[in-house]
Unconditional design. Structure first.
Length: 108
């Protein structure tokens, strides 16, 4: 299964907790051990869910826990592609598609 140029779908959790009159929304991305492609960048990576399991992940109350846990599988390295991008991607205030363009495609 290849995503081609499609966005990746990360496994995550979201919860809203009410404390008194205050509601706190929180979320997290579930991580796993890095595959061989990502290992040169970091020892962990997000769990990436393939399209065929999106519906099951997005309707967790309709799934047994064992099914949901089985969706958190290792994502194979040959399905990912890396390329160098500008260091500007590291600054949260920067926005735009140019941040993810390969460096050799950017004009100065």
């Amino acid at each position: 299964m290849r995503f081609e140029d499609s966005p990746l779908f990360f496994a995550g959790l979201w919860e809203a907790a009410t404390v008194g009159e205050v509601t706190i929304d929180s979320c997290t991305i579930i991580t796993t051990e890095s595959n061989t492609v990502m290992r040169s960048l970091h020892d962990r990576m997000p769990v990436i869910l393939p399209p065929e399991v999106w519906d099951a992940w997005l309707t967790p109350t309709q799934q047994p826990d064992a099914i949901l846990l089985s969706l958190l599988q290792f994502y194979y390295a040959e399905q990912l592609q890396l390329w160098p991008v500008s260091p500007a991607v590291e600054r949260a205030s920067n926005e735009g598609a140019q941040l993810i363009q390969p460096i050799h495609d950017q004009s100065s």
